[in-house]
Design a protein around this ligand. Structure first.
Ligand SMILES: NCC(=O)N[C@@H](Cc1c[nH]cn1)C(=O)O
Ligand SMILES: [Zn+2]
Ligand SMILES: [Zn+2]
Length: 482
């Protein structure tokens, strides 16, 4: 059962309206990691809830409690649970997405205001924070609902939705919600779910659609080093007191080599080398070094061997240094010794690594390295958040449906990929619901998620909406034969 032609036509004929809806969503700066933007994350939840309701979805906003951010006690933004259709003869597909975004400032190097969707007519790029990660994909589902309601067309499957506003900040509160719904059994929100579909990642390149069966996990650290009672004049106190920034830079330099090797004993060693057969998977993906260098915007790939680069992203851990809170970073030449600095880094994890088995290695290594500095400053190691990696069985009708839908819409066989990023809730869905989980990306490898000038190509938004809709029809078709 392929998607009806009038559904496909509706998507084409309403493309400009869908892009306006994306512009309205991008205009809400729903940055979950910024306490001053918490009201905007809630505003975005209400915007999305309203859209879902207007196309016939029964929803509930779930209070996830409170958390501490930037020293403030804040209410977590609500999660949105939704459902439409209860036909026992149909499969039930659970859709997950997130409506929060990463921080973005014009001064980071954006060419346009990050929270005004800018349409580049020449390239078809829809530029704005969240366009690809993840407002475009979640609005793809809304577009599908609108099409079915407007056309008086029955959905081919029952749908349940779980949308959250804290994904970019560790999905706080969501695991507890899912687990408490699952515990309710028959009456629980996720009762009857047959499979899960998540659209929150990217193709490998700019040409070939992808289906994704793995994600890396994450553990995120902040190393706080403090000493002097206040910021000091470097002319008065330089070579006079232990400097927190000097200690921190030394410690951070001992985490990872420039070639990506992780220096914390036991971390890289936990992961087996690939077999010949596994290596062949990476050799055969439609990908070349030029793709990574084009999307990175620089000819700086760690190797000229494509399988090595791909495995570095998909099946090995990586350690990245993100920034230093409290360090002088303004214009000019301020001669300050910062009194407190907080160095941030994270490790992307792959099976069998988890925050539980990796964090003790990180903490004991850093404590030992700090002791070697003989500094009188104080070190405090904070783990900000974490999540486990996930790898799925792709020999399943859920993946078959996604492959057929991709072939129908894009006339291409999709790449089967593992993703370097993390979506902590994926494993929770897989384990607590016991059903197959699939990632079906909408955007391209050069979208620049989390970066400056994030974009979603117009064609990916429109064809991607058709893809997600067609996938639902293929789920219905495949499972009705089984
Ligand atoms: N599109 C998924 C995504 O970007 N996930 C984030 C999750 C995260 C964790 N901490 C901060 N963000 C990712 O960085 O992979
Ligand atoms: Zn995302
Ligand atoms: Zn993201």
């Amino acid at each position: 059962m392929s998607a009806p032609a009038h559904f496909i036509d509706f998507i084409d004929n309403n493309a400009d309206k869908f892009i306006q809806r994306l512009a309205d969503a991008v205009a809400i700066p729903s940055i979950s990691g910024d306490a001053s933007r918490r009201g905007d994350v809630v505003k975005m939840a209400l915007f999305l809830d309203n859209q879902l309701k207007s196309y016939g979805v029964e929803t509930k906003l779930v209070d996830l409690g409170e958390h501490t951010l930037e020293g403030q006690q804040l209410k977590l933004p609500p999660a949105i649970l939704g459902k439409i259709g209860t036909d026992p003869k149909k499969k039930t597909v659970l859709i997950y997405g997130h409506f929060d975004v990463q921080p973005a400032e014009l001064s980071d190097g954006w060419d346009t205001d990050p929270f005004t969707l800018t349409i580049d007519k020449a390239t078809g790029r829809l530029i704005g924070r969240g366009s690809s990660d993840d407002k475009g994909p979640i609005l793809g589902w809304v577009n599908i609902l609108e099409a079915h309601k407007s056309l008086g067309l029955e959905l081919p499957v029952n749908l349940k939705f779980c949308f959250e506003g804290m994904e970019e900040s560790g999905s706080e509160g969501l695991d507890d919600l899912i687990e408490s719904e699952v515990k309710k059994g028959k009456g629980g929100w996720f009762d009857g779910v047959d499979c899960v579909c998540i659209s929150d990642n990217y193709w490998l390149n700019t040409r070939t659609p992808a289906i994704t069966y793995g994600l890396r996990g994450l553990t995120y650290f902040k190393l706080n080093i403090s000493g002097p009672g206040r910021d000091l004049h470097s002319g008065v106190f330089g070579r006079t007191v232990h400097e927190p920034m000097t200690d921190l830079v030394k410690l951070m330099s001992r985490l990872v080599d420039p070639d990506g090797k992780i220096l914390i004993p036991g971390v890289d060693e936990m992961v087996d080398a690939p077999s010949e057969a596994e290596r062949a998977i990476y050799d055969n993906l439609d990908y070349n070094i030029a793709d990574i260098e084009e999307s990175a915007g620089s000819a700086t790939a760690l190797s000229s061997d494509k399988a090595t680069v791909l495995m570095g992203r998909m099946r090995y851990p990586s350690l990245s240094i993100h920034g230093i809170e409290g360090a002088f970073h303004g214009v000019g030449a301020k001669t300050v010794i910062p009194a407190h600095v907080g160095g941030k880094f994270s490790i992307r994890l792959v099976p069998p690594q988890t925050p539980e088995n990796i964090n003790p290695l990180v903490v004991s290594y850093l404590e030992a390295e700090f002791a070697k500095l003989n500094s009188k400053n104080k070190l405090d190691i904070e783990c900000l958040h974490g999540g486990k990696p996930w790898v799925e069985n792709f020999n399943h009708w859920n993946y078959e449906a996604a492959k057929k839908a991709t072939e129908a819409v894009y006339k291409k066989t999709p790449d089967l990929t593992r993703e370097g990023g993390s979506i902590p809730v994926t494993l929770t869905f897989a384990e607590s619901l016991g059903v197959n989980v699939l990632l079906l990306p909408m955007g391209r490898g050069d979208d620049g998620a989390h970066s400056t000038n994030e974009k979603l190509d117009r064609s990916n938004f429109i064809e991607g909406t058709k893809l997600l809709g067609t996938y639902l029809y293929e789920v219905a078709a495949i499972t009705s034969k089984a």
